[in-house]
Design a protein around this ligand. Structure first.
Ligand code: CAA
Length: 269
């Protein structure tokens, strides 16, 4: 499967992982319109992974170019010239990218190697897991600019860390370091440096790559859809997803292999 070439993204396949590097280091990888257009086109291609049982990648890793930043936010220079209507369209388009990332058929890992502020923190929160190097800094600093979160932060930060902590981080605009982000549950794993976080993210993709891709895809859909529901509705969705899994060739193979004391060879269907 061809994932394309992009002006502002470096897209490289590394075994089971597709490593996507936002590449505007001179602007600390800020999310200019072109970056958003590129992410839009890439997610379009990635949504086809798994069709007809083809799984050319088993996970996506998103990181930032250079030593300093994952993504330092929306592009403040571009926003200076926007009308309110253009601002709303900018917000909606990147929100759609974040929704697509959440809906991809494979897990997405943010490998945060420096500043993840504003739109950068929001991009990371659209990923399934956030891994970070010890020099990473997270925050929603929009109030410093007379702005509000625009790429999902007002909703997803509360989902990740609870409404009280999310309110404090949004109303103060205060950045937090990687240790604190780990302690409050925003970050899953911490690494000493940028190389470590990238290797860690790729290792997790490799760990998932020997599991059933169909089961992981169903788990991802289920956990996204069930999370905002009351428990009884979530449990109902879970039972339906369980039934869907029973219809797959992967389930037949996984159960067969367990009973035969063999390693499963999942067909991915
Ligand atoms: N947009 C555009 N350019 C940016 C940028 C951004 N978000 N962040 C950094 N840059 C540019 C700087 O203007 C600078 O460019 P020049 O070299 O041409 O002057 C270059 O990147 C390097 O940045 P600094 O010199 O500022 O680097 P620093 O080490 O002194 O500071 C920083 C690093 C603390 C991250 C600082 O750059 C900063 O505060 N950046 C803005 C962070 C921010 O407010 N992000 C939120 C944006 S609003 C948003 O994201 C809304 C939303 O939810 C959608």
């Amino acid at each position: 499967m061809d994932f394309g070439t992009y002006e502002t993204l470096i897209v490289e396949q590394d075994d089971a992982a597709l490593v996507v590097t936002v590449d505007r280091p001179k602007a600390l990888n800020a999310l200019a319109g072109q970056v958003i257009d590129d992410l839009w086109a890439l997610t379009e291609a990635l949504m086809r992974v798994g069709e007809q049982g083809e799984w050319p990648v088993r996970g996506v890793v998103i990181t930032g170019s250079g030593e300093k930043a994952f993504v330092a936010g929306a592009d403040i220079v571009e926003m200076q010239g926007m009308t309110p209507e253009q601002g709303e369209a900018y917000s909606r388009r990147m929100q759609e990218v974040t929704t697509r990332l959440e809906a991809l058929p494979v897990p997405v890992v943010a490998a945060v190697n420096g500043f993840a502020l504003g739109g950068g923190c929001e991009l990371a929160m659209a990923c399934d897991f956030i891994y970070a190097s010890r020099n990473a800094k997270f925050g929603q600093p929009e109030v410093n600019l007379g702005l509000v979160p625009g790429f999902g932060g007002s909703v997803r930060l509360a989902d990740r860390v609870g409404i009280g902590m999310a309110r404090e981080l949004v109303y103060t605009g205060r950045p937090i370091d990687a240790e604190e982000a780990h302690r409050i549950g925003l970050v899953n794993r911490l690494y000493d440096d940028a190389a470590g976080v990238l290797e860690g993210a790729k290792a997790t993709v490799a760990e998932m790559a020997v599991k059933s891709p169909v089961a992981i895809r169903i788990c991802k859909e289920l956990m996204n859809e069930a999370a905002p529901l009351p428990t009884s509705d979530g449990l109902d969705l879970e039972a339906k997803a369980f039934k869907v899994a029973f219809c797959t060739e992967d389930k037949a193979e996984g159960v067969r292999a367990f009973i035969a004391k063999e390693k499963p060879a999942f067909p991915g269907r």
